[in-house]
Design a protein around this ligand. Structure first.
Ligand code: ADP
Length: 597
């Protein structure tokens, strides 16, 4: 994975690259927008100024055309031709001529109309502003006398300006005079004065002849203009930048100028530059924000990935640790299982040992149990032989049936002994409590009798009850309990032991009580401990009750001991009740139900 430093370096490079691209694009864009705005504004300004120029050119040409035609027309009129006469004294008809000049001048709205003799003497004029003093006059007369149209721009010291047209007057093929019409530009300049733009006319010498600014009139254009990179003109006492649109008025050799104010161009450039710059800044900011966001996302993704990797690593480590633990646990379980197995075997062997120990305790009594019937059988048999000799067959038959009964009893005891001494199985199931108690007493009674405990009673609650357990092991429980009671009762008069049972719900409570001395109160909690005994060496080893406790526990039951108030011990066994041979609730009885072997 890329390091943070590498990523940041990459971001920085991207940022610089994008900034360069942005700067180039922005500069190009701004320049293009500004120049196109300038072009547009300029062409707009030029178009408007050009329109003014065209209109004013037309007006000026119209005015001049009108006056241009006037001198030739007037010179052809006979009434005018007739004016150029002198009387004998050489005096001219100046009064009439003056009247004609005045009428013509006022009708045509010319500045002046004047009549000259070919020698330059003036016959008459209407106003007389330019008639005599003008510089171009001889030229005007001379050209007219050549039969051409004379023309000249004239000005005087009062600042009055005019354009004069001249035409020769012929009579009988001879020039007798010259008609000069002076154009009045007052109206033209008055019209121009309405325009905000400077409008003016320069002649071929560069002098401003007509202008809507009175201050410009008859000044040299070079005094009013400062040429440079941009041309500046003297406007209201200040030099201001202007664009000059010029059109030539061909016949007059005049140039008509219109000055356009380029301010809108500058304004358009400024606003275009502002807008374009703001736009590019906005684009730049958006791009920067997007870039930042992207960088943030990349860093976040990288961090998330790092966290995920770390997590993965942790999980992997934990998993490895867990599987190691798991392996060691299963090993431990295996070891425990084996230990349990060993314990179970040992326990089984212990049970067997305890059983055999009990049998050993009982063996004297049991052998007595066999010897007694054997002696009886012998004497019955002897008697039977004697009865047979006497022919008393009915007595023989009685003795034989008695022998039969004794043999039957011995066989039963032998069967029980055999099954008791066999190693029990591990299965549990319903067992008939009455049968188990009877078998146990069959083994325990001889010893009890020998010890002087004549009465071992079985209560009515025992018969017909089934409990969950193993037949031989349960039998061992009763043998042990009765043996202990007999030990405690030994030598006592009126000693008795009683076994009874009662049903409590789905449990069966079995009690084994005696009228012996009971257990020492401080020893009550200890009697079920292995190797706890109060008996002398060779009389007990202290595992009887411990085995009993284990067996009952295996059956899912409990055993406890208390001392009866009226004296003697009371062992109470609590077992799960079972329904005869059928399965008990919730537990399927095994096939070898109730049989330990
Ligand atoms: P052992 O019989 O070998 O001593 P047990 O585990 O069978 O071992 O009994 C432990 C002790 O419990 C006996 O030594 C005796 O003191 C006491 N005990 C057992 N049953 C009785 C009883 N019915 N009355 C009085 N004490 C008893």
């Amino acid at each position: 994975m890329q390091s943070r430093v590498a990523i940041e370096k990459q971001f920085r490079l991207t940022r610089i690259g994008l900034f360069v691209v942005w700067a180039i694009l922005s500069a190009t864009g701004v320049a293009w927008l500004v120049s196109s705005a300038k072009e547009r504004a300029l062409s707009d300004v030029m178009q408007k100024a050009g329109e003014t120029l065209s209109v004013q050119t037309e007006i000026l040409s119209g005015v001049l055309d009108k006056y241009r035609l006037l001198p030739p027309l007037l010179s052809r009129q006979s009434s005018i031709r007739a004016l150029f006469v002198r009387d004998v004294e050489g005096n001219a008809q100046s009064v009439d001529a003056r009247r004609v000049a005045e009428a013509t001048s006022s009708m045509s709205a010319a500045m002046d109309v004047a009549f000259f003799f070919p020698d330059g003497e003036m016959l008459a004029n209407a106003r007389g502003t330019f008639a005599q003093r003008a510089e171009g006059l001889p030229q005007l007369i001379a050209v007219a006398l050549q039969g051409r149209l004379g023309r000249a721009a004239l000005s005087n010291s009062q600042g009055e300006r005019t354009y004069a047209f001249s035409s020769g007057v012929r009579r009988d093929g001879k020039f007798v005079g010259v008609v000069i019409v002076y154009v009045d530009f007052y109206r033209v300049e008055a019209a121009w004065a309405l325009s905000a733009r400077r409008i003016f006319v320069t002649d071929k010498s560069g002098t401003v002849f007509l202008a809507n600014d009175p201050g410009w009139r008859l000044k040299s254009l070079s005094d009013l203009r400062q040429t440079g990179e941009v041309d500046r003109y003297l406007i209201n006492g200040r030099l201001e930048e202007r664009l000059d649109l010029v059109r030539r008025l061909p016949l007059l050799e005049w140039d008509l100028h219109v000055l356009a104010d380029p301010a809108p161009v500058a304004a358009a450039r400024l606003s275009a530059a502002t807008i374009a710059t703001l736009l590019s800044l906005l684009v730049g900011m958006i791009a920067l924000a997007a870039l930042r966001r992207n960088e943030g996302l990349t860093i976040k993704a990288r961090r998330d990935r790092a966290i995920a990797l770390r997590l993965e690593r942790v999980v992997r480590d934990r998993t490895r640790a867990l599987s190691i633990t798991n392996a060691s646990l299963s090993k431990e379980v295996e070891v425990r299982r084996e230990a349990e197995e060993r314990l179970r075997k040992t326990q089984d062997e212990l049970v067997q040992t305890a059983k055999l120990a009990a049998l050993g305790q009982m063996s004297t009594a049991l052998s007595h149990e066999y010897n007694q019937p054997l002696a009886a059988i012998r004497s019955y048999a002897d008697n039977a032989l004697r009865f047979l000799d006497r022919g008393a067959l009915s007595e023989v038959s009685g003795n034989l049936s008695r022998i039969n009964g004794l043999v039957e009893r011995m066989a039963e005891l032998s069967r029980t002994l055999l099954s008791f001494s066999r190693k029990p199985g591990a299965t549990i199931g319903p067992v008939p409590l009455g049968t188990v108690v009877d078998e146990a007493l069959l083994l325990a009674r001889p010893r009890a009798r020998a010890a002087g405990v004549a009465s071992i009673r079985v209560g009515d609650g025992v018969a017909g009850v089934h409990v969950l357990g193993g037949r031989i092991r349960l039998g061992q429980v009763f043998v042990n309990l009765v043996n202990n009671a007999v030990d405690a009762l030994s030598g006592q008069a009126d000693a008795w032991v009683e076994i009874d049972a009662r049903r409590e719900g789905d449990r069966v409570v079995v009690t084994v009580i005696d009228n012996g001395p009971g257990v020492e109160p401080e020893q009550l909690p200890k009697v079920f401990e292995p190797f706890f005994t109060t008996k002398g060496v060779g009389e007990g080893i202290g595992i009887g009750l411990s085995i009993v406790d284990n067996i009952i526990r295996d059956f899912g039951g409990t055993i406890m001991v208390v001392n009866r108030p009226e004296g003697g011990a009371c062992f109470t066994i609590n077992l799960q009740a079972a329904e005869s041979d059928a399965g008990i609730s919730g537990v399927q009885a095994p096939a070898t139900a109730g049989a330990d072997a």
